[in-house]
Design a protein around this ligand. Structure first.
Ligand SMILES: Cc1cc2nc3c(=O)[nH]c(=O)nc-3n(C[C@H](O)[C@H](O)[C@H](O)COP(=O)(O)O)c2cc1C
Length: 190
C-alpha cells in the first residue's frame, strides 16, 4: 500500500546538516512512498492559545500536511542541549486543539545531527518525549550523527556505513508502521 511521509527539518538555515540528513533519509524511500518536505517552519507564528481555533494560513498548512501524512520524519539539531524553539513551537501548534489534534496516533521517527561529538542525542530524546506527549506513536530508536560537517559526501550521502545502516533501519521501521496504519484505516472504511 502506498503511503505518504512528511519530512520536517528542525533547522531553518540553508546549509543545514539536518536538512541534508533528511534528504539522505528521503532517498531511501521506495517508489511507492510519497515524500513531502515541510517547508513552512519559519513562517509559523509563536503559539498562542487564544489563536488555537483560527491560527492562520501557516498553521493551517502545518496541520494539513501532518493530517495528510501516514508518517512523520523529523531531523532535529540540538540547541543548548534541547530542541530548537521553532520546532517545539510547531509541535505545540500541531497538538492543538486537543479534540481532533492531527498529531495524535501519527507515526513518527526522529533523527539528528550536530557538529559536536554527541550527535544531538538530547534534542532527539526531548523531541521523542514531546511528540509522545502530543500523542504520536514514536519509534524509540535514534540516529546520532556527530561531527556532522564530516559525515556527508559531495552528493549528501552519509559516508559511515554504520550510520547509513541505522538510517535505513529507522526509515524502514517508519514506513512499515505507516503502511500498517494506512491499511487499518482502509480496512475501517470498507
Ligand atoms: C544556539 C545554538 C546552540 C547549540 N547548542 C548545541 C548543543 O547543545 N549540542 C550540540 O551538539 N550542538 C549544539 N550547537 C551546534 C549545532 O549542533 C550546529 O550548529 C548544527 O550544525 C546545527 O544544525 P544544522 O546544521 O542542521 O543547522 C548549537 C548551535 C547553536 C546555533
Amino acid at each position: 500500500m502506498g503511503v505518504r511521509i512528511l519530512g520536517i527539518s528542525g533547522s531553518l538555515r540553508a546549509d543545514s546538516h539536518n536538512s541534508r540528513l533528511l534528504a539522505a533519509a528521503a532517498r531511501l524511500l521506495g517508489a511507492d512512498v510519497e515524500y513531502v518536505r515541510f517547508e513552512g517552519l519559519k513562517a509559523l507564528p509563536p503559539f498562542d492559545e487564544d489563536d488555537e481555533e483560527d491560527p492562520g494560513q501557516a498553521v493551517g498548512q502545518l496541520r494539513g500536511e501532518i493530517a495528510a501524512a501516514d508518517g512523520l520524519l523529523f531531523a532535529t539539531p540540538e540547541y543548548n542541549s534541547s530542541i530548537p524553539g521553532q520546532l517545539k513551537n510547531a509541535v505545540d501548534w500541531a497538538s492543538r486543539p486537543f479534540e481532533g489534534t492531527v498529531i495524535r496516533n501519527k507515526n513518527a521517527a526522529v533523527i539528528g545531527a550536530s557538529t559536536s561529538m554527541f550527535g544531538a542525542v538530547w534534542a532527539q530524546a526531548e523531541l521523542r518525549k514531546v511528540l509522545s506527549a502530543a500523542g504520536a506513536r514514536v519509534i524509540g530508536r535514534e540516529l546520532a550523527v556527530s561531527y556532522a560537517e564530516e559525515q556527508f559526501d559531495a552528493d549528501g550521502r552519509l559516508v559511515e556505513p554504520e550510520l547509513q545502516a541505522v538510517l535505513e533501519e529507522i526509515v524502514g521501521e517508519l514506513v512499515e508502521q505507516a503502511r500498517m496504519s494506512a491499511a487499518s484505516r482502509a480496512g475501517d472504511r470498507s
